[in-house]
Design a protein around this ligand. Structure first.
Ligand code: SF4
Length: 325
């Protein structure tokens, strides 16, 4: 009996190692494997954050908190979660050009949903070839899965005071994804402890005071939320008066983070910036038709803001610059 158990354990350990090696071959920069159990503490923190209304208009975040914190409610057969990180840093910078607005680094190249999902699907296909009984579900941001919490659990990094996941090797410039799998594997137990220490640079740098306390972001004050997720025809005045040139998203808290000294250029070519996606021309955007917009931002994460949102942002930025003169 013990011999059978030992054999199973060894096989689970070997297969976990093979999965990780295959994930790296597919281009993922970090990978960890953990059991598919509920994120109980994270659920408590999520509930508290929601009770404070910090989700703003992102009502989907308040929906089904149980499902959001238990992968087995998304994929009942789930036994393991393979958590991956993909470095997206490319060595380019925003131009100081007043005719344009800055776009967040994550949206410069091809839509990460497509890139991460394609790699995860290839990983699942390979697992199925190796183990006929394997079934799985890939998750990239769209599914109600708490990516950052899984990143921590899998030992990929820690959540910084700005609430993004920070890795020691690539800073916070990583996309996260998960593969829920019906197989038991050997699990990673080593966690990366919080290395923020006494640093408060991100809290001090945020021009709208969105990091209301360490590790807690109020979306209602966040430039990123206001320029991407908010659907209202106007942004809150406190945000629109402090955009600091951001048109879509905002990287201020990550740009000032000392851990992003460890940024490394990615080898994923699809994250190289598309033309006009680092800084976007404001007058062009203001005149853009829906047809032009669909063609210009095809397979780009920028589509999330919708044309009406981008135009609102461009108007707010133009107005703020006019007031600065
Ligand atoms: S800027 Fe400092 S406090 Fe903020 S996430 Fe980075 S290390 Fe942590």
């Amino acid at each position: 009996m013990n011999a059978v158990l030992d054999e199973r354990k060894e096989s689970a350990a070997q297969f976990a190692r093979k999965i990780k090696a295959r994930a790296r071959e597919l281009g993922f920069h970090k990978v960890g494997v953990v059991p598919a159990t509920a994120l109980v503490q994270e659920r408590e923190r999520l509930t508290e954050w929601l009770e404070r209304g910090f989700q703003g208009e992102m009502l989907w975040m308040a929906r089904e908190p149980l499902r959001r914190t238990d992968p087995r409610l998304i994929f009942p057969e789930a036994r393991s979660v393979i958590v991956v990180a993909l470095n997206y840093y490319t060595p380019h910078n925003h131009a100081p050009d007043a005719a344009t607005g800055k776009i967040s680094r994550y949206a410069w190249g091809d839509d990460y949903h497509d890139v991460v999902a394609e790699k995860l699907k290839k990983l699942l296909a390979w697992i199925k070839e190796e183990r006929a009984e394997a079934e799985g579900k890939t998750c990239v941001d769209i599914q109600p899965v708490m990516d950052k919490a899984w990143g921590v659990r899998a030992g990929l990094g820690w959540i910084g005071k700005h609430s993004n996941l920070i890795t020691k090797d690539y800073g916070s410039w990583v996309f996260l994804g998960e593969l829920l799998l019906n197989l038991e594997l050997e699990y990673d137990e080593e966690k990366i402890e919080d290395h923020c220490g006494s640093c408060t640079l991100c809290i001090e740098a945020c021009p709208t005071g969105a990091i209301v306390e360490p590790y807690v972001v109020d979306s209602n004050r966040c430039i990123s939320y206001a320029t991407i997720e908010l659907r209202a025809p106007e942004m809150p005045a406190q945000v629109s008066a402090n955009l600091e040139g951001w048109l879509y998203g905002c990287d201020i808290c990550q740009d000032v983070c000392p851990w992003n000294r460890f940024e490394q250029p990615t080898d994923e070519e699809r994250f190289e910036p598309r033309e006009g996606n680092v800084n976007a021309n404001l007058s062009e955007l203001l005149e853009m038709t829906q047809e032009d917009y669909s063609a210009r931002f095809r397979k780009s994460a920028i589509k999330r803001a919708k044309l009406a949102g981008l135009k609102r942002n461009a108007r707010a930025l133009t107005k703020a610059r006019g007031e600065e003169k």
